[in-house]
Each structure stands twice: as C-alpha cells, then as structure tokens.
Design a protein around this ligand. Structure first.
Ligand code: FAD
Ligand code: DHB
Length: 391
C-alpha cells in the first residue's frame, strides 16, 4: 500500500494529524498496534488548554466537547490544611481550560476519521521505518498475521514513548535528555460526583494528591506513591484514607467516596529528544518528549506538535515550500521546553521527595505561600497552566 503521510500511532497526536491533513486534502494512513477498544478506553489526561480547544473547534472536532466538556476558570492549591484559589481569566488574559478526557478526544477523532473515509488500521504494529533520509520513506508493519510495507512521502511517528519511530533513527541522529523522579502516580476513576467544583492540587508531608473529574458523576483522583508500589499495595480503603488525609483542610469539606472502577500506576519522567526530525521522518507528541503529569501538559503538547506539522506538510505539498518542515523541530521544542520547565516546577513544588532536606522543605513551603498570596507569582502559574506560547 501507498499513502502521502504514514502515521504511526492512533493516540491523540496521530489521529488529530490525520484529521487535520484530511481537511487540507492530504491523505494519510494511521497504523495502530492496539485495538480500537483499547485506545478508546485507556485512561490518561483530562485537561485541555485553551489552544487545544481552539484547534479542535477550528477543525470541526469539538461538537461533543462543547456539549459535555466542563470549562474551568481556576484551580485550588491546598497545603497546611488550607485552601487557596488561583483564578485563570484574571491572571492569564481571559484564558481558561476545559476538562474533557483524552479517551473522549480519541473517540471523537476516530469517529470523524471513519465518517470522512480515513484509513486507521487497528492491530497493525509498525516494525521499522526505512529510507527516512530518502524521498521515499516506508513503514514495515504487521497486520492480520502478515508483514506489509507502506510507501509514503513522509512518515510521522506519533507512537508514544515506547514506540519504534524514535528508535528507527540511527545512532547519533538524536540527542536525548532525561530525568527520573523518585515517585509514581496512582490514578483512580470512581463512580461518585466530584467533591469539588475545580481541580484540587494538594501538597501534604505524606505526598501529593490531586482531585480531578471526568463528569458531574465521575471523579478522577491521583496520589503520589512509591515507584516500587503496585496496585495490589493499594486496596480501595487505603486509597480513600490516604486521599482524605492529604486533601484535608480545617473547616467544612468532606471527600465523597464511591466505587473505584479503574486503578493504575504511572511512573514519572521528563524526557526530550532533539531534533524532532530525521530526514522525512518526524516525531510528534510522547514519541519525542515526556513531561511528568503534574502540569497537565502531555496531551496539549501532542496537539501543538501536530498542528504545526499539519501546516508545514500542507505548505510543502501545495507549494514545495520546505520552510515549515525545516522550522518544525525548533518551533515545537520552544513550547516543549516551556512545558518541561513548568511540569518540573509543579512536580517538585507539590510532591514530597523522600531524599529532601529540611532546607528543601522550607523553600517549598515558602514558594507555596508566595503563590497563594502574590498576584505576580499566581499569574505565572496561571499563564503556564492555560498554555504559554512566545508568539
Ligand atoms: P499516545 O497517546 O501514547 O499514543 C501513541 C500510540 O501509538 C498508542 O496508541 C500506541 O498503542 C501506539 N503505538 C506504539 N507503538 C506502536 C507501533 N510500533 N506500531 C503502531 N502503533 C504503536 N498526561 C496528563 O496531562 N495527565 C495525565 O494524567 C496523564 N496520564 C498518563 C498516563 C499514562 C500511562 C501515560 C503513558 C501518559 C499519561 N499522560 C498524562 C500523558 C498524555 O496522556 C500523553 O502525553 C498523550 O497520550 C500523548 O499523546 P500521543 O498521541 O503522543 O501518544
Ligand atoms: C488530570 C491529570 C493531570 O495530570 C492534571 O494535572 C490534571 C488533571 C486528569 O486526568 O484529570
């Protein structure tokens, strides 16, 4: 088979890229290793920046989001048993965020691609990218027990951190920087109305906790846990007890409990591979960079990457203008590094590091108090949270 843009991975990056290209009259094929059911139910991110919402709306992919998404105008910070609200619109030029789950973005994009006659092959595993430095790159993949080759004009690896796209670049073609954190996140979904109207980011000496939501009836909560922990170490009673302790404030607030329907543990890391291009192979989303989830940036970066890439590929196809493709990596990486810094800052600010000193703890507490009381400090958090771009 043959296509103009061969896309590896049907996560948000790959699906949105395919959709945006279709709107410019460019055909693509998406190869996805897992089943449709699997990618539609994989629990991950939940916060869409204003810029992400704008891209989905402008491309006609926001109908259900506009009906079911929850617009949020701020977050709550909790520490020292007190609660402090950070307002977004007043601090970040009128912008805010949307609570709408990644699973729903993925379902909407798959449905649209189907409706528009797009090709998304599930249970099709890419094995290698060949000829990236030629004008005729290709993807070797396995589908329904047989191996095939997809001939392309361009290949975009949207295949996540563990994908094969980045690994197809020969030794020396990419520079990688990385940082691991000494904790993981335990995430749960619970059939219970959220106990808050806005997200709560809590720092407690026992560790971080986050109260988020999926809908007026479904809560999403996270706990900092030891990286060695498994879900077996965390029976439901222990999870609720720990959330209650870490989210507690003086005064009138209770955490509602309900049946836990999903439970998983995710390690935390920062990772950037530069450049995001090797000849006619481009990397986008988690395939190129990972942020720890505390800043809610991962999905938004993936959307920003493919938005740039769709424009650049369109200009090249339509006018032979290579400038967008040449600028892609540098332009994308400016936003990526802003998000890396913000995610690192939020992570170190809110988690309890087992190796930290009394000095580190005192600095953190001072910074939290500063954020809670200074308009300048909270404006910096707000503008990064809703999505900051230099231009
Ligand atoms: P992905 O969504 O990872 O999609 C990549 C796709 O490629 C997958 O469907 C995969 O099956 C497919 N693939 C991989 N290899 C191959 C292959 N060889 N052939 C074909 N297909 C392949 N962000 C937040 O903001 N908040 C969170 O709470 C949060 N939780 C997360 C939990 C986990 C476990 C993970 C992994 C990420 C989480 N993130 C979170 C980050 C956010 O979900 C990602 O940044 C986002 O999914 C990036 O989208 P993507 O399309 O680049 O990659
Ligand atoms: C969610 C995840 C995040 O990483 C975050 O910072 C906020 C919300 C969520 O899954 O709802």
């Amino acid at each position: 088979p043959r296509t103009t843009v061969g896309i590896i991975g049907a996560g948000p990056a790959g699906l949105l890229l395919s959709h945006l290209l279709h709107r410019q009259g460019i055909d693509s094929t998406v190869l996805e290793r897992r089943s449709r059911d699997h990618v539609e139910h994989r629990q991950r991110a939940g916060i869409l920046e204003q810029g992400t919402v704008d891209v989905l709306r402008a491309s006609g992919a926001a109908a259900r989001m506009d009906r079911q998404g929850l617009e949020h105008h701020g977050i709550e910070l909790r520490f020292d048993r007190r609660s402090h609200r950070i307002d977004f619109p007043s601090r970040a030029g009128g912008r805010s965020v949307m609570v709408y789950a990644q699973t729903e973005v993925v379902k909407d994009l798959i449905a649209l691609r189907r409706q528009d006659g797009g090709t998304v092959l599930f249970e099709a595993e890419a094995l290698s990218v060949d000829g990236a430095r030629t004008e005729h790159p290709s993807i070797r993949y396995r589908h329904q027990g047989a191996e095939h080759t997809l001939d392309c004009a361009y290949v975009v690896a949207c295949d996540g951190f563990h994908g094969i796209g980045r690994r197809s670049v020969p030794e020396g073609g990419l520079t990688v920087v990385e940082r691991d954190y000494p904790f993981s996140w335990l995430g749960i979904l619970a059939d219970v109305p959220p106990s808050c109207e806005e997200l709560i980011y809590a720092h407690h000496e026992r560790g971080f906790a986050l109260h988020s939501m999926r809908s007026p009836r479904v809560s999403r909560l996270y706990l900092q846990v030891d990286p060695e922990d498994t879900t077996g170490d965390w029976p439901d009673e222990r999870i609720w007890g720990e959330l209650e302790t870490r989210l507690a404030i003086d005064g009138d607030w209770t955490l509602r409990r309900g049946p836990i329907t999903e439970k998983s543990i995710t390690p935390m890391r920062s990772f950037v591979s530069e450049p995001m291009r090797h000849g006619r192979l481009f990397l986008a989303g988690d395939a190129a960079h990972i942020v720890p989830p505390t800043g809610a940036k991962g999905l938004n970066l993936a959307v920003a990457d493919v938005t740039l890439l769709a424009q650049a590929l369109t200009r090249h196809q339509a006018h032979g203008d290579e400038s967008g493709l040449d600028a892609y990596s540098e332009t994308a990486l400016r936003r990526v590094w802003r998000a890396e810094h913000f995610s690192y800052t939020m992570t170190t600010l809110l988690h309890a590091d087992p190796a930290e000193t009394a000095f580190d703890r005192a600095l953190r507490l001072s910074q939290l108090r500063y954020l809670a009381s200074s308009a300048a400090a909270s404006a910096s958090l707000a503008e990064n949270y809703v999505g900051f771009t230099e231009d």
